[in-house]
Each structure stands twice: as structure tokens, then as C-alpha cells.
Design a binder for this molecule. Structure first.
Ligand code: UDP
Ligand code: MG
Length: 321
């Protein structure tokens, strides 16, 4: 298989058929072979039934049904694990991404890039609750990761399979694939894509998502800086603070011993020293926590999703759990 289009769906019953029709039209016009991998992320509406109907019409379609709602990133991961394409294209199932942009993404891969991400330059979502917080988050992510993109949140992306094979995703991490990949030395680019307003169903997210994204950003920052020895960064902060603390203590001591100035009426200075040392401790504990969290996630190999059934695999591989 040349191309797999992976789509997570959660309560998108009215979008399924339209999505299939649009995708089918675009994929049929591509020069290579292409498959659709739809992941039902534990929908409470008739999304799965609609997907099964589509799969009956077109047995080439693959449907992965998760046991419950695991979230968009986990659903996408499930899709990756059941996709056979050398190139993976991801998009939303709500028709906000335009399948007609897929050939443009693929053309960029042909130019030699490994990851191509969409930039919703004319995003059709609420200003206050969605666009503003994500603009701020985008600035911050770009600053923290050093990976310059305009739109990290856009799900419409294309990448070579090798890119995701080395990345374990959790939390809200799918948006950081380009950032993590760039840390691995992978070439990425961004192109403007069409964005459409939702016609059916409702968005699953509000402002709380931005906060979760920012928390995951810390982990990603750590993943990225691992190679450049974060211990050195924390170590130098620690050395700098201790030296500053030692100097302040020395000044105080000289003032006390040589000039007889009492220490008792300098509470602010003591407070400053106290805070400084507490700061160092917090930083080192934070570092340890990052290491522990990372080791925890990597070591226990806990699956981030559970599959109920898979439709559309070749008969021998047909899976049901
Ligand atoms: N989605 C999912 N699991 C979830 C939440 C969302 O698979 O728990 C899917 C959803 O069906 C859609 C995509 O992720 O295909 C993006 O979700 P949504 O449109 O709600 O996000 P927005 O476009 O508002 O950022
Ligand atoms: Mg949407």
C-alpha cells in the first residue's frame, strides 16, 4: 500500500458517508494505491454503524473500533498501528479538513520532505474559545521547541511511515509529531490548507484543551532537549544560584563581623536566599519527575488504547478481541 489515510472519529455519525465519498473521489484520482483507516473512538452515536455500512460498500476500507473513548491522539495511534501505507495522511473526521488538499501534501513529500503539515490560515472556528488560545499556544510551542510552524494543531498532515515508528504518542501529543520528528533530524514543511466550518456534529474541545496541550509541551520539550543534555542546563542554573547564595551569605557575614550590622532586621534578604534554594530544589525535583514520567511511560509499554474489533483486514488477519 502506498498511502493510508487515518481518520479518528468520535460521535461523527452525520459526517461518515460524506467523508467517505469525498475521500474516495480524491484517493481514486491518485496515481498510487491508497486505503482509508477509520478509527471509531468509542462513539456514543451511530458512527460505528455508519462506518460498518461504508465498509460493506467498500471492503478496502479498514475500520478499527476502540472499546471506549481514548481521545484523539490514542485513536490516531490505533490507526497508525493498523495502516499499511508507506505514507500516512492524518485528518479529522468532521470534514473541517478538505481531502482535496491531500495531493498537495503528497507533492511536498515527493519534493523530499518527510513531514508535511497543514496550516489553517483561514481557520473556521470560534475566535475567543478556539482561535485565540491556539494562536497563543502556537507562539509558545514555536518558541519552546524551536520548530517554526504557524499551526501545530492542524490534523491534516502527511508523513513517511518511518517518522512515526520511532515516536510513542500519548496525551495531546499528535500535534507535536513535527516537533519531535525535527529533533530526530527529519525534514518538515508547512503548506496552507483549506479549513471549513463544521456542518454536522459538535466540536469535542473547549479552552481546557489548550491547558492540556501546554502540559504535554513540557514533556515534548524534555524529549527534544534530551540529546542536548538538559542536566547541564539545570546544573548551570543550580551552580549560578548557589554561587549567588554563597556571595550574599558572604556579604552578610562580612557586614555582621566587620561592621557589626545585625542580621535580625534583614528578613527580605533571608527570604530571597530561602526562595533561591527552594527554587533549585524545585527545578531538580521537576527534572527527576520528568525522568520518572518518561521512564514510566516507556518502560511499562502500557497500551494507550484497546481495540474491540477490526474490519477490513485480509481474512487471515481479521482481528477481534
Ligand atoms: N476525536 C476523537 N476522539 C475524541 C475527540 C475527538 O477521535 O475524544 C476526533 C473527532 O471526531 C474529529 C477530530 O478528532 O474527527 C477532531 O475533533 P474536533 O473536530 O472535535 O476538534 P476541533 O476541530 O474542534 O479542534
Ligand atoms: Mg473539528
Amino acid at each position: 500500500m502506498d498511502i493510508s489515510v487515518v481518520v479518528p472519529l468520535y460521535n461523527e455519525e452525520d459526517n461518515v458517508q460524506l467523508l467517505y465519498d469525498e475521500l474516495h473521489e480524491v484517493l481514486a484520482a491518485l496515481p498510487g494505491s491508497a486505503e482509508m483507516v477509520f478509527v471509531d473512538d468509542g462513539s456514543k452515536d451511530r458512527t460505528l454503524a455508519r462506518l460498518e455500512a461504508v465498509q460493506r460498500q467498500d471492503p478496502g476500507v479498514r475500520v478499527v473500533a476502540l472499546r471506549r473513548n481514548f481521545g484523539q491522539t490514542a485513536a490516531m495511534s490505533a490507526g497508525f498501528d493498523h495502516a499499511s501505507g508507506a505514507v500516512i495522511v492524518t485528518m479529522d473526521g468532521d470534514l473541517q479538513n478538505d481531502p482535496h488538499d491531500i495531493p498537495k501534501l503528497l507533492a511536498k513529500l515527493d519534493e523530499g520532505f518527510d513531514v508535511v503539515t497543514g496550516w489553517r490560515f483561514d481557520r473556521q472556528d470560534a475566535m475567543l474559545s478556539r482561535r485565540l488560545p491556539s494562536q497563543m499556544a502556537n507562539r509558545l510551542i514555536s518558541w519552546v521547541t524551536g520548530v517554526r510552524l504557524h499551526d501545530y494543531g492542524c490534523t491534516l498532515k502527511a508523513f513517511r511511515r518511518e517518522v512515526i515508528e520511532n515516536i510513542r504518542l500519548y496525551g495531546e501529543m499528535h500535534r507535536f509529531i513535527p516537533a519531535i520528528a525535527s529533533g530526530m533530524g527529519i525534514a518538515f514543511t508547512e503548506i496552507k490548507v483549506n479549513h471549513r466550518a463544521r456542518r454536522f456534529g459538535a466540536s469535542k474541545y473547549g479552552i481546557s484543551r489548550t491547558i492540556r496541550v501546554l502540559l504535554d509541551l513540557m514533556t515534548v520539550k524534555f524529549l527534544l532537549s534530551y540529546a542536548t543534555r538538559p542536566l547541564h542546563v539545570f546544573g548551570s542554573i543550580g551552580i549560578f544560584s548557589s554561587v549567588a547564595g554563597f556571595l550574599i551569605a558572604l556579604v552578610l557575614l562580612i557586614q555582621r563581623q566587620c561592621f557589626g550590622m545585625p542580621l535580625g532586621d534583614r528578613p527580605m534578604l533571608l527570604l530571597a536566599i530561602l526562595l533561591m534554594f527552594l527554587g533549585i530544589q524545585f527545578i531538580t525535583i521537576g527534572l527527576l519527575a520528568e525522568l520518572v514520567v518518561r521512564t514510566y511511560h516507556e518502560s511499562q509499554k502500557k497500551p494507550i488504547y484497546h481495540v474491540r474489533k477490526v474490519l477490513g483486514l485480509p481474512a487471515a488477519q481479521e482481528k477481534s478481541e
